[in-house]
Design a protein around this ligand. Structure first.
Ligand code: HEM
Length: 445
Protein backbone atom coordinates (compact mmCIF):
# COMPACT_ATOMS: atom_id res chain seq x y z
CA UNK A 1 0.00 0.00 0.00
CA UNK A 2 2.83 2.36 0.93
CA UNK A 3 4.50 1.80 -2.45
CA UNK A 4 1.29 2.66 -4.33
CA UNK A 5 0.90 5.94 -2.47
CA UNK A 6 4.50 6.94 -3.06
CA UNK A 7 4.09 6.27 -6.77
CA UNK A 8 0.90 8.28 -7.00
CA UNK A 9 2.59 11.29 -5.50
CA UNK A 10 6.01 10.97 -7.06
CA UNK A 11 6.90 13.59 -8.04
CA UNK A 12 4.09 15.48 -6.36
CA UNK A 13 1.31 16.43 -8.82
CA UNK A 14 1.21 20.01 -7.51
CA UNK A 15 4.96 20.34 -8.11
CA UNK A 16 4.58 19.04 -11.68
CA UNK A 17 1.62 21.38 -12.26
CA UNK A 18 3.38 24.42 -10.82
CA UNK A 19 6.82 23.94 -12.28
CA UNK A 20 5.93 22.55 -15.69
CA UNK A 21 2.31 23.16 -16.62
CA UNK A 22 1.01 26.45 -15.21
CA UNK A 23 0.86 29.25 -17.75
CA UNK A 24 3.55 31.90 -17.63
CA UNK A 25 2.27 33.87 -20.60
CA UNK A 26 -0.39 33.02 -23.14
CA UNK A 27 0.95 31.02 -26.07
CA UNK A 28 -1.74 30.65 -28.70
CA UNK A 29 -1.64 28.49 -31.78
CA UNK A 30 -1.61 31.27 -34.33
CA UNK A 31 -4.29 30.95 -36.97
CA UNK A 32 -4.42 27.17 -36.87
CA UNK A 33 -7.19 26.43 -34.40
CA UNK A 34 -9.89 28.60 -32.90
CA UNK A 35 -12.11 28.25 -29.85
CA UNK A 36 -14.69 26.27 -31.85
CA UNK A 37 -12.00 23.67 -32.52
CA UNK A 38 -11.11 23.55 -28.85
CA UNK A 39 -14.75 23.22 -27.77
CA UNK A 40 -15.19 20.56 -30.44
CA UNK A 41 -12.65 18.36 -28.71
CA UNK A 42 -14.50 18.68 -25.43
CA UNK A 43 -17.75 17.99 -27.32
CA UNK A 44 -16.22 14.72 -28.55
CA UNK A 45 -14.75 13.73 -25.18
CA UNK A 46 -18.23 14.16 -23.71
CA UNK A 47 -19.55 11.80 -26.38
CA UNK A 48 -17.05 9.10 -25.47
CA UNK A 49 -15.61 8.96 -22.03
CA UNK A 50 -15.97 9.87 -18.36
CA UNK A 51 -14.38 7.75 -15.66
CA UNK A 52 -16.86 6.85 -12.94
CA UNK A 53 -15.97 7.90 -9.39
CA UNK A 54 -16.45 5.96 -6.16
CA UNK A 55 -17.35 7.46 -2.80
CA UNK A 56 -13.87 7.55 -1.30
CA UNK A 57 -12.54 11.09 -0.96
CA UNK A 58 -8.91 11.92 -1.71
CA UNK A 59 -7.13 15.10 -0.63
CA UNK A 60 -4.05 16.51 -2.31
CA UNK A 61 -2.03 18.94 -0.23
CA UNK A 62 0.53 21.05 -2.07
CA UNK A 63 4.03 20.63 -0.56
CA UNK A 64 5.68 23.69 0.97
CA UNK A 65 8.06 24.30 -1.94
CA UNK A 66 5.16 25.19 -4.27
CA UNK A 67 2.23 25.91 -1.92
CA UNK A 68 2.71 29.66 -2.28
CA UNK A 69 2.23 29.39 -6.05
CA UNK A 70 -0.83 27.10 -5.91
CA UNK A 71 -4.24 28.83 -6.00
CA UNK A 72 -5.52 25.94 -3.83
CA UNK A 73 -3.15 24.81 -1.08
CA UNK A 74 -5.15 21.59 -0.93
CA UNK A 75 -8.14 20.18 -2.73
CA UNK A 76 -10.49 17.22 -2.43
CA UNK A 77 -12.06 14.97 -5.03
CA UNK A 78 -13.46 11.46 -5.41
CA UNK A 79 -11.30 8.50 -6.30
CA UNK A 80 -11.88 6.78 -9.66
CA UNK A 81 -13.97 3.64 -9.36
CA UNK A 82 -11.93 0.47 -9.82
CA UNK A 83 -13.43 -2.78 -11.00
CA UNK A 84 -12.09 -6.23 -11.42
CA UNK A 85 -11.84 -7.08 -15.12
CA UNK A 86 -11.74 -10.85 -14.71
CA UNK A 87 -8.74 -10.88 -17.04
CA UNK A 88 -5.46 -12.43 -15.89
CA UNK A 89 -3.32 -9.82 -17.63
CA UNK A 90 -4.99 -6.56 -16.63
CA UNK A 91 -6.73 -7.33 -13.38
CA UNK A 92 -8.11 -3.90 -12.56
CA UNK A 93 -10.08 -1.59 -14.83
CA UNK A 94 -12.11 1.62 -14.62
CA UNK A 95 -15.73 2.14 -15.58
CA UNK A 96 -16.77 4.53 -18.33
CA UNK A 97 -20.07 6.24 -17.56
CA UNK A 98 -20.50 7.51 -21.14
CA UNK A 99 -21.08 5.35 -24.22
CA UNK A 100 -17.74 5.10 -26.05
CA UNK A 101 -19.27 4.88 -29.54
CA UNK A 102 -19.67 7.81 -31.89
CA UNK A 103 -23.37 7.78 -31.15
CA UNK A 104 -23.94 11.46 -30.43
CA UNK A 105 -24.60 10.71 -26.75
CA UNK A 106 -23.28 14.20 -25.97
CA UNK A 107 -26.62 15.50 -27.27
CA UNK A 108 -28.80 12.38 -27.02
CA UNK A 109 -27.84 11.04 -23.57
CA UNK A 110 -26.09 7.94 -22.28
CA UNK A 111 -29.06 6.00 -20.90
CA UNK A 112 -32.85 5.65 -21.17
CA UNK A 113 -33.61 8.35 -18.61
CA UNK A 114 -31.17 10.81 -20.16
CA UNK A 115 -32.45 10.08 -23.65
CA UNK A 116 -36.05 10.63 -22.58
CA UNK A 117 -35.21 14.01 -21.04
CA UNK A 118 -34.06 15.62 -24.27
CA UNK A 119 -36.85 14.39 -26.57
CA UNK A 120 -39.99 16.26 -27.55
CA UNK A 121 -41.73 13.01 -28.63
CA UNK A 122 -43.14 14.66 -31.73
CA UNK A 123 -41.75 14.26 -35.26
CA UNK A 124 -38.57 12.76 -33.80
CA UNK A 125 -37.37 16.10 -32.49
CA UNK A 126 -35.17 17.18 -29.57
CA UNK A 127 -35.88 20.06 -27.21
CA UNK A 128 -34.47 23.47 -28.12
CA UNK A 129 -35.50 26.89 -26.88
CA UNK A 130 -36.90 29.65 -29.09
CA UNK A 131 -33.56 31.55 -29.14
CA UNK A 132 -31.89 28.49 -30.70
CA UNK A 133 -30.00 27.59 -27.51
CA UNK A 134 -30.48 24.66 -25.14
CA UNK A 135 -33.43 24.65 -22.76
CA UNK A 136 -32.65 24.73 -19.02
CA UNK A 137 -34.18 23.02 -16.01
CA UNK A 138 -35.39 24.82 -12.88
CA UNK A 139 -31.82 24.82 -11.49
CA UNK A 140 -30.46 26.56 -14.60
CA UNK A 141 -28.69 23.41 -15.82
CA UNK A 142 -28.91 22.90 -19.58
CA UNK A 143 -31.07 20.05 -20.86
CA UNK A 144 -28.82 17.96 -23.07
CA UNK A 145 -27.20 14.55 -23.39
CA UNK A 146 -24.17 15.40 -21.27
CA UNK A 147 -24.03 18.49 -19.09
CA UNK A 148 -21.07 17.86 -16.82
CA UNK A 149 -18.44 20.63 -16.68
CA UNK A 150 -20.18 22.48 -19.47
CA UNK A 151 -19.32 26.01 -20.56
CA UNK A 152 -20.90 28.37 -23.05
CA UNK A 153 -18.84 27.24 -26.08
CA UNK A 154 -19.57 23.60 -25.41
CA UNK A 155 -23.32 24.03 -24.95
CA UNK A 156 -23.37 26.14 -28.09
CA UNK A 157 -22.10 23.15 -30.10
CA UNK A 158 -24.73 20.97 -28.44
CA UNK A 159 -27.42 23.45 -29.50
CA UNK A 160 -26.06 23.59 -33.07
CA UNK A 161 -26.32 19.81 -33.42
CA UNK A 162 -29.77 19.69 -31.84
CA UNK A 163 -30.78 22.14 -34.57
CA UNK A 164 -29.13 19.86 -37.11
CA UNK A 165 -31.00 16.84 -35.72
CA UNK A 166 -34.31 18.68 -35.92
CA UNK A 167 -33.62 19.80 -39.48
CA UNK A 168 -32.86 16.22 -40.49
CA UNK A 169 -36.20 15.22 -38.91
CA UNK A 170 -37.97 17.81 -41.10
CA UNK A 171 -36.19 16.55 -44.19
CA UNK A 172 -37.00 12.91 -43.43
CA UNK A 173 -40.62 13.68 -42.65
CA UNK A 174 -41.02 15.49 -45.94
CA UNK A 175 -39.53 12.57 -47.86
CA UNK A 176 -41.06 9.75 -45.82
CA UNK A 177 -44.40 11.05 -44.50
CA UNK A 178 -45.34 7.63 -43.06
CA UNK A 179 -42.47 7.59 -40.53
CA UNK A 180 -43.61 7.98 -36.92
CA UNK A 181 -41.89 9.93 -34.11
CA UNK A 182 -39.68 7.00 -33.04
CA UNK A 183 -38.49 6.19 -36.54
CA UNK A 184 -37.75 9.83 -37.33
CA UNK A 185 -35.82 10.17 -34.04
CA UNK A 186 -33.75 7.02 -34.60
CA UNK A 187 -32.93 7.84 -38.21
CA UNK A 188 -32.13 11.46 -37.55
CA UNK A 189 -29.87 10.37 -34.71
CA UNK A 190 -27.99 8.04 -37.07
CA UNK A 191 -27.56 10.77 -39.67
CA UNK A 192 -26.56 13.47 -37.19
CA UNK A 193 -24.06 11.18 -35.43
CA UNK A 194 -22.52 10.28 -38.79
CA UNK A 195 -22.27 13.99 -39.67
CA UNK A 196 -20.46 14.59 -36.35
CA UNK A 197 -18.07 11.67 -36.94
CA UNK A 198 -17.40 12.82 -40.49
CA UNK A 199 -16.65 16.40 -39.45
CA UNK A 200 -14.28 15.12 -36.79
CA UNK A 201 -12.49 12.88 -39.24
CA UNK A 202 -12.13 14.99 -42.36
CA UNK A 203 -12.41 18.55 -41.10
CA UNK A 204 -11.24 18.80 -37.47
CA UNK A 205 -8.45 16.21 -37.87
CA UNK A 206 -7.20 17.73 -41.10
CA UNK A 207 -6.85 21.06 -39.33
CA UNK A 208 -5.18 19.41 -36.35
CA UNK A 209 -2.58 17.77 -38.55
CA UNK A 210 -1.84 20.68 -40.83
CA UNK A 211 1.87 20.43 -41.01
CA UNK A 212 2.99 24.02 -40.77
CA UNK A 213 1.82 24.92 -37.29
CA UNK A 214 1.72 23.57 -33.80
CA UNK A 215 -0.96 21.27 -32.47
CA UNK A 216 -3.70 23.51 -31.21
CA UNK A 217 -5.07 23.65 -27.74
CA UNK A 218 -6.77 20.93 -25.81
CA UNK A 219 -7.29 23.36 -23.00
CA UNK A 220 -9.08 26.61 -23.14
CA UNK A 221 -7.51 29.97 -22.48
CA UNK A 222 -9.95 32.72 -23.09
CA UNK A 223 -9.22 35.81 -21.08
CA UNK A 224 -12.66 35.89 -19.49
CA UNK A 225 -13.28 32.16 -19.68
CA UNK A 226 -14.24 32.05 -16.01
CA UNK A 227 -17.43 33.98 -16.77
CA UNK A 228 -18.45 31.44 -19.38
CA UNK A 229 -18.39 28.34 -17.18
CA UNK A 230 -21.39 26.42 -15.84
CA UNK A 231 -24.72 28.09 -15.04
CA UNK A 232 -23.27 31.63 -15.17
CA UNK A 233 -21.89 30.82 -18.60
CA UNK A 234 -25.34 29.67 -19.73
CA UNK A 235 -26.87 32.99 -18.64
CA UNK A 236 -24.18 34.95 -20.43
CA UNK A 237 -24.58 32.85 -23.57
CA UNK A 238 -28.28 33.61 -23.72
CA UNK A 239 -27.50 37.35 -23.45
CA UNK A 240 -24.79 37.18 -26.13
CA UNK A 241 -26.86 35.00 -28.47
CA UNK A 242 -25.84 31.99 -30.50
CA UNK A 243 -24.71 33.73 -33.68
CA UNK A 244 -22.49 36.34 -31.98
CA UNK A 245 -20.92 33.71 -29.76
CA UNK A 246 -20.16 31.47 -32.73
CA UNK A 247 -18.48 34.28 -34.67
CA UNK A 248 -16.55 35.38 -31.60
CA UNK A 249 -15.28 31.84 -31.00
CA UNK A 250 -14.41 31.62 -34.68
CA UNK A 251 -12.16 34.65 -34.40
CA UNK A 252 -10.46 33.68 -31.13
CA UNK A 253 -7.34 31.54 -31.42
CA UNK A 254 -7.01 28.87 -28.78
CA UNK A 255 -3.96 27.97 -26.73
CA UNK A 256 -1.11 25.80 -27.91
CA UNK A 257 -0.40 22.44 -26.30
CA UNK A 258 2.96 23.12 -24.82
CA UNK A 259 4.53 23.36 -21.39
CA UNK A 260 3.82 26.42 -19.25
CA UNK A 261 0.53 27.14 -20.98
CA UNK A 262 -2.07 25.53 -18.67
CA UNK A 263 -4.82 28.10 -17.96
CA UNK A 264 -4.34 29.45 -14.44
CA UNK A 265 -8.09 29.73 -13.80
CA UNK A 266 -8.39 25.97 -14.18
CA UNK A 267 -6.23 25.54 -11.09
CA UNK A 268 -9.13 26.78 -8.99
CA UNK A 269 -12.21 25.33 -10.62
CA UNK A 270 -15.74 24.46 -9.52
CA UNK A 271 -16.23 20.95 -10.89
CA UNK A 272 -19.63 19.40 -11.64
CA UNK A 273 -21.13 16.06 -10.74
CA UNK A 274 -22.58 13.83 -13.42
CA UNK A 275 -25.90 15.75 -13.41
CA UNK A 276 -24.23 19.11 -13.95
CA UNK A 277 -24.64 20.22 -10.31
CA UNK A 278 -21.76 22.16 -8.80
CA UNK A 279 -19.50 20.30 -6.38
CA UNK A 280 -18.73 21.94 -3.01
CA UNK A 281 -14.97 21.36 -3.33
CA UNK A 282 -12.97 23.30 -5.88
CA UNK A 283 -10.20 21.46 -7.73
CA UNK A 284 -6.79 22.21 -9.22
CA UNK A 285 -7.21 20.66 -12.66
CA UNK A 286 -3.52 20.82 -13.59
CA UNK A 287 -2.51 18.77 -10.54
CA UNK A 288 -5.59 16.57 -10.80
CA UNK A 289 -4.81 15.59 -14.39
CA UNK A 290 -1.39 14.33 -13.33
CA UNK A 291 -2.92 12.44 -10.42
CA UNK A 292 -5.77 10.93 -12.49
CA UNK A 293 -3.41 9.46 -15.10
CA UNK A 294 -1.34 7.83 -12.37
CA UNK A 295 -4.38 6.65 -10.43
CA UNK A 296 -5.90 5.11 -13.58
CA UNK A 297 -2.60 3.40 -14.33
CA UNK A 298 -1.88 5.23 -17.55
CA UNK A 299 1.78 4.34 -18.09
CA UNK A 300 4.33 7.09 -17.74
CA UNK A 301 5.81 8.54 -20.90
CA UNK A 302 8.58 6.02 -21.57
CA UNK A 303 6.45 2.99 -20.75
CA UNK A 304 3.64 4.38 -22.88
CA UNK A 305 6.04 4.65 -25.82
CA UNK A 306 7.32 1.13 -25.26
CA UNK A 307 3.73 -0.13 -25.33
CA UNK A 308 3.31 1.52 -28.72
CA UNK A 309 6.57 -0.09 -29.86
CA UNK A 310 8.21 3.34 -29.93
CA UNK A 311 11.76 4.03 -28.77
CA UNK A 312 11.88 5.31 -25.16
CA UNK A 313 14.08 8.25 -24.16
CA UNK A 314 17.21 7.68 -22.11
CA UNK A 315 18.01 11.32 -21.29
CA UNK A 316 16.10 14.62 -21.35
CA UNK A 317 18.03 15.70 -24.43
CA UNK A 318 16.26 12.90 -26.35
CA UNK A 319 12.99 14.70 -25.72
CA UNK A 320 13.87 18.29 -26.53
CA UNK A 321 16.79 20.61 -27.18
CA UNK A 322 15.16 23.46 -25.26
CA UNK A 323 17.55 24.03 -22.37
CA UNK A 324 15.00 25.79 -20.20
CA UNK A 325 12.71 22.76 -20.51
CA UNK A 326 15.57 20.35 -19.79
CA UNK A 327 16.47 22.29 -16.63
CA UNK A 328 12.85 22.30 -15.44
CA UNK A 329 12.45 18.57 -16.12
CA UNK A 330 15.64 17.91 -14.19
CA UNK A 331 14.40 20.00 -11.30
CA UNK A 332 11.14 18.02 -11.07
CA UNK A 333 12.17 14.49 -12.07
CA UNK A 334 15.93 14.52 -11.40
CA UNK A 335 17.59 12.32 -14.00
CA UNK A 336 14.95 9.58 -13.75
CA UNK A 337 13.36 9.72 -17.20
CA UNK A 338 11.15 6.74 -16.32
CA UNK A 339 9.17 8.95 -13.97
CA UNK A 340 8.23 11.48 -16.64
CA UNK A 341 4.45 11.79 -16.75
CA UNK A 342 2.84 11.14 -20.14
CA UNK A 343 1.02 14.47 -20.11
CA UNK A 344 4.25 16.38 -19.50
CA UNK A 345 6.15 14.31 -22.07
CA UNK A 346 3.75 14.96 -24.92
CA UNK A 347 3.76 18.68 -24.11
CA UNK A 348 7.55 18.83 -23.95
CA UNK A 349 8.41 16.58 -26.88
CA UNK A 350 10.16 18.20 -29.77
CA UNK A 351 7.94 17.95 -32.84
CA UNK A 352 9.22 16.03 -35.84
CA UNK A 353 9.74 18.38 -38.77
CA UNK A 354 6.57 18.53 -40.77
CA UNK A 355 4.44 17.16 -37.94
CA UNK A 356 1.95 19.39 -36.17
CA UNK A 357 1.65 17.19 -33.08
CA UNK A 358 4.11 15.29 -30.98
CA UNK A 359 5.03 11.90 -32.33
CA UNK A 360 3.71 10.07 -29.26
CA UNK A 361 0.35 11.87 -29.39
CA UNK A 362 0.12 11.25 -33.12
CA UNK A 363 0.61 7.47 -32.73
CA UNK A 364 -2.16 7.02 -30.17
CA UNK A 365 -4.42 9.48 -31.97
CA UNK A 366 -4.18 7.60 -35.27
CA UNK A 367 -4.77 4.25 -33.61
CA UNK A 368 -7.81 5.32 -31.60
CA UNK A 369 -9.44 7.54 -34.22
CA UNK A 370 -9.40 4.86 -36.91
CA UNK A 371 -10.39 2.13 -34.47
CA UNK A 372 -13.45 4.09 -33.37
CA UNK A 373 -14.64 4.22 -36.98
CA UNK A 374 -13.62 0.75 -38.08
CA UNK A 375 -15.23 -0.96 -35.09
CA UNK A 376 -18.61 0.67 -35.63
CA UNK A 377 -21.04 -1.06 -37.97
CA UNK A 378 -22.91 2.19 -38.63
CA UNK A 379 -19.81 3.61 -40.32
CA UNK A 380 -18.86 0.38 -42.10
CA UNK A 381 -21.16 -2.57 -42.93
CA UNK A 382 -24.36 -0.66 -42.28
CA UNK A 383 -23.38 2.66 -43.79
CA UNK A 384 -25.95 2.24 -46.54
CA UNK A 385 -29.38 3.43 -47.65
CA UNK A 386 -31.15 0.45 -46.07
CA UNK A 387 -29.98 1.63 -42.66
CA UNK A 388 -29.90 5.41 -43.17
CA UNK A 389 -32.59 5.77 -45.92
CA UNK A 390 -31.59 7.14 -49.32
CA UNK A 391 -32.12 10.76 -48.27
CA UNK A 392 -30.38 10.28 -44.92
CA UNK A 393 -27.33 8.81 -46.61
CA UNK A 394 -27.26 11.68 -49.09
CA UNK A 395 -27.35 14.17 -46.19
CA UNK A 396 -24.21 12.62 -44.70
CA UNK A 397 -22.50 12.33 -48.08
CA UNK A 398 -23.21 15.96 -48.94
CA UNK A 399 -21.83 17.23 -45.62
CA UNK A 400 -18.08 17.72 -45.78
CA UNK A 401 -17.29 19.97 -42.88
CA UNK A 402 -18.56 22.02 -39.95
CA UNK A 403 -18.93 25.02 -42.25
CA UNK A 404 -21.65 23.11 -44.16
CA UNK A 405 -23.60 22.67 -40.91
CA UNK A 406 -23.13 26.33 -39.95
CA UNK A 407 -24.28 27.38 -43.43
CA UNK A 408 -27.47 25.37 -43.04
CA UNK A 409 -28.43 27.09 -39.80
CA UNK A 410 -26.83 30.55 -40.27
CA UNK A 411 -26.94 31.11 -44.02
CA UNK A 412 -25.13 34.50 -44.01
CA UNK A 413 -22.54 33.79 -41.36
CA UNK A 414 -19.69 32.16 -43.23
CA UNK A 415 -20.10 34.51 -46.23
CA UNK A 416 -19.89 37.57 -43.99
CA UNK A 417 -17.34 36.51 -41.40
CA UNK A 418 -15.23 33.55 -42.54
CA UNK A 419 -12.27 34.00 -44.88
CA UNK A 420 -10.56 30.72 -44.10
CA UNK A 421 -11.45 27.31 -45.54
CA UNK A 422 -12.33 25.49 -42.32
CA UNK A 423 -14.60 26.70 -39.51
CA UNK A 424 -11.95 25.38 -37.11
CA UNK A 425 -9.25 27.84 -38.27
CA UNK A 426 -9.23 31.43 -37.03
CA UNK A 427 -11.90 32.97 -39.26
CA UNK A 428 -9.92 35.94 -40.54
CA UNK A 429 -7.04 33.75 -41.74
CA UNK A 430 -6.30 33.05 -45.40
CA UNK A 431 -8.14 30.22 -47.16
CA UNK A 432 -6.08 27.20 -48.17
CA UNK A 433 -4.55 27.69 -51.59
CA UNK A 434 -6.17 25.36 -54.13
CA UNK A 435 -4.03 22.30 -54.77
CA UNK A 436 -4.91 20.35 -57.90
CA UNK A 437 -2.34 17.61 -57.27
CA UNK A 438 -4.11 14.48 -55.98
CA UNK A 439 -3.39 13.82 -52.30
CA UNK A 440 -1.44 10.60 -52.91
CA UNK A 441 0.91 12.32 -55.36
CA UNK A 442 1.89 15.26 -53.15
CA UNK A 443 5.42 15.29 -51.71
CA UNK A 444 5.64 15.05 -47.93
CA UNK A 445 5.88 18.51 -46.36
C1 HEM B 1 -14.36 25.10 -19.73
C2 HEM B 1 -13.74 24.05 -20.10
C3 HEM B 1 -13.55 22.80 -19.29
C4 HEM B 1 -13.85 22.55 -17.99
C5 HEM B 1 -14.48 23.47 -16.96
C6 HEM B 1 -13.45 21.17 -17.73
C7 HEM B 1 -13.56 20.54 -16.52
C8 HEM B 1 -13.29 19.22 -16.29
C9 HEM B 1 -13.40 18.53 -15.01
C10 HEM B 1 -13.81 19.20 -13.70
C11 HEM B 1 -13.07 17.24 -15.21
C12 HEM B 1 -13.09 16.12 -14.17
C13 HEM B 1 -11.78 16.13 -13.43
C14 HEM B 1 -11.60 14.89 -12.57
O1 HEM B 1 -12.24 14.78 -11.53
O2 HEM B 1 -10.82 14.01 -12.93
C15 HEM B 1 -12.73 17.09 -16.61
C16 HEM B 1 -12.33 15.91 -17.19
C17 HEM B 1 -11.88 15.81 -18.47
N1 HEM B 1 -11.81 16.80 -19.41
FE1 HEM B 1 -12.44 18.70 -19.17
N2 HEM B 1 -12.94 20.64 -18.89
C18 HEM B 1 -12.97 21.60 -19.86
C19 HEM B 1 -12.53 21.49 -21.15
C20 HEM B 1 -11.98 20.36 -21.69
C21 HEM B 1 -11.43 20.27 -23.00
C22 HEM B 1 -11.36 21.40 -24.01
C23 HEM B 1 -11.02 19.01 -23.16
C24 HEM B 1 -10.38 18.47 -24.39
C25 HEM B 1 -9.29 17.84 -24.41
C26 HEM B 1 -11.30 18.29 -21.94
C27 HEM B 1 -11.00 16.97 -21.73
C28 HEM B 1 -11.26 16.28 -20.55
C29 HEM B 1 -10.97 14.88 -20.35
C30 HEM B 1 -10.34 13.91 -21.35
C31 HEM B 1 -11.36 14.58 -19.05
C32 HEM B 1 -11.27 13.21 -18.35
C33 HEM B 1 -12.58 12.49 -18.55
C34 HEM B 1 -12.59 11.15 -17.84
O3 HEM B 1 -12.72 11.08 -16.64
O4 HEM B 1 -12.49 10.16 -18.54
N3 HEM B 1 -11.88 19.14 -21.07
N4 HEM B 1 -12.87 18.30 -17.24
Amino acid sequence: MYVAIVKLLEPHPSVVATKLLERRKIIDCGKQFNMIACSWLQFMIHDWIDHMEDTHQVEIVAPKEVAGQCPLKSFKFLRSKEISTGSLQTKIGFVNSRTPWWDGSVIYGNNEAGMGKVRVYKDGKLKISSDGLLEHDEKGIPISGDVRNCWAGFSLLQALFVKEHNLVCDMLKENYPDFDDEKLYQLSRLVTSAVIAKIHTIDWTVELLRTDTLLAAMRINWVNMKDLIGKEGEKRLSKIGMDKMLVSMGYQACGAVTLWNYPSWMRDLVAHDIDGDERPDRVDMASLEIYRDRERKVPRYNEFRRNLLMIPISKWEDLTDDEEVIDALYEVYGDDVEKLDLLVGIHAEKKIKGFAISETAFFIFVLIASRRLEADRFFTTNFNSQTYTEEGLQWVNRTECLKDVIDRHFPEMSRNYMRCSSAFSVWDSDPNAPNYVPLYMRPAS
